[in-house]
Design a protein around this ligand. Structure first.
Ligand code: EPU
Length: 433
């Protein structure tokens, strides 16, 4: 069941319901192992990354009990290992997040240096390693693994070179049980990070944050169990919103929250797409032609890098010349080759187009693109390289004239729940085989 055959040309219409965020459940499952008490999660998504993170935690000693279809109990009375097996580390980027519970409860952590996840740039973990060293851990890299050891983590004053999401989350977890006070400056404040902060606070952590994106964490002696309803997945919300507008359809995304999508909604309005915020979700639709725009990705509260690929498809349908400047990941335009094959007029540049200079200005990374539209896309055979590129090909296939065949559909399962069934429910003509 690794192939999708898609007949393009049908506008998406109907309703989808969001489940919990992939980039929240994975970190919160790991955070729940900071305590020996049970924790309960509601709105748990049934996606590949939940399953892989569950397997990682199980390998360390966590017991999981499904209490209801979307309610999961985790319980880690004791950790029985301090090493993450290589076979589990290569699927997503979660292995490095286990260092905090392992160091607090075992004094030692061994994590394979090879991480999985989307291929959107080199994605190093140097900020994580430096943060742990500042908190008193010894860190060694040998035999393609990171070895961490400590007699006890202590508070530190850490300034991140860039507001990295997982580094902020990793160090937040470490700081909650460290001796003394930790400052994480230039931290990421994405809603998924704040979901973790709220979960940790309910567990007993003391975490303040300042307007200058500094977290101040006062270490506590122990954390306890709690119950948490995960935030809805705003990446899936934006993917569906972009697909609805690009296809000329009308989709109500139940559970979508305006507060998580402000930059996306502003950009959608600039391009001429429509939305209606309602009590229970957001309706995305199209009334007339789309206009070309210039857009730059950024850390929160900016336009999120994960929204960029589906939005690029939308821009292939806009009249005129659009510019996208990607400033978060070096390699986020890997999907462009296939789009060109499908008939999109897209050109890549290694310069910073459309605005200010970014970290990649002096590099050769192709991190800007110019899209000329509107383009008539035609069906093609595409091999999906990773999660977000996969959804992008899928929207392109839904807009295209003719039939497309997408292989490597397993990548989509990492972050989208029952995607084929969900899109069929919106009228898409596709078949998984
Ligand atoms: N960076 C470093 N060194 C580090 C850490 C990060 O140089 O030690 C750089 C990265 O290479 C990148 C920038 O900092 O250029 C930002 O990376 P960040 O650490 O914020 O990204 P991430 O934590 O690896 C998470 C999400 C991504 C999402 C980004 C940005 C998870 C598991 N992944 O990645 O989501 O795009 O934040 O919001 O939370 C996805 O869900 O498909 C996905 C890729």
């Amino acid at each position: 069941m690794d192939k999708l055959t898609v007949e393009g040309g049908t506008p998406l219409r109907g309703e989808v319901e969001l489940s919990g965020a992939k980039n929240s459940i994975t970190k919160l499952m790991v955070a729940s192992t900071l305590t020996g008490d049970p924790c309960i999660f509601h709105r748990v998504p049934h996606i590949g990354d939940s399953r892989v993170t569950r397997a990682i935690c199980e390998s360390l000693g966590t017991r999981f009990t499904d209490r209801a279809p979307r309610t999961l109990e985790t319980h880690t009375p004791a950790l029985r290992s301090s090493e993450i097996p290589l076979s589990l580390a290569s699927h997503n980027r979660l292995a490095i997040m286990t260092v905090a519970p392992l160091l607090h409860r075992q004094g030692r952590a061994v994590v394979p240096a090879m991480a999985g996840g989307d291929r959107i740039g080199p994605r190093p973990v140097d900020f994580h390693l430096a943060g742990y060293q500042a908190m008193g851990a010894e860190v060694e890299v040998r035999d393609q693994a990171y070895y961490f050891q400590t007699e006890g983590l202590r508070g530190a004053d850490i300034r991140l070179p860039y507001p990295s999401v997982t580094t902020t989350e990793n160090l937040l977890m470490a700081a909650t049980l460290a001796r003394g006070r930790t400052f994480i400056r230039n931290a990421a404040i994405e809603p998924e990070v704040m979901d973790l902060v709220m979960f940790l606070q309910k567990m007993g952590a003391i975490i303040d944050y300042n307007v200058d994106r500094t977290f101040v964490i006062e270490g506590v002696a122990r954390l306890g169990g709690t119950t948490h309803e995960l935030m809805p997945d705003r990446l899936v919300a934006a993917s569906m919103g972009a697909a609805a507008v690009a296809s000329g359809g009308d989709v109500f995304v139940r559970g979508a929250r305006q507060a998580d999508l402000v930059a996306f909604l502003n950009t959608l309005r600039r391009v001429g797409g429509h939305f209606e915020v309602m009590a229970e979700g957001i309706r995305f639709f199209r009334q007339g032609p789309l206009r070309a725009i210039t857009l730059e990705t950024n850390v929160h509260p900016g336009f999120m890098t994960d929204w960029q690929p589906p939005f690029a498809i939308l821009l292939t349908q806009a009249e005129g010349m659009s510019v996208i400047h990607e400033t978060v990941f070096e390699g986020r335009f890997g999907y462009v080759d296939e789009l060109q094959r499908m008939g999109a007029d897209v050109a890549l540049y290694d310069t910073c187009l459309g605005g200010g200079r970014c970290r990649f200005a002096a590099s050769n990374y192709q991190h800007s693109c110019v899209i000329k539209g509107p383009a008539t896309l035609r069906g093609a055979d595409c091999a999906i390289p990773d999660l977000r590129a996969g959804f992008t090909y899928l929207i392109a296939a839904l807009l295209a004239k003719g039939t497309s065949t997408l292989t490597g559909v397993g990548h989509l399962d990492r972050g989208y729940e029952d995607l084929a069934v969900c899109l069929q429910g919106l009228g898409a003509r596709l078949k998984r085989s």
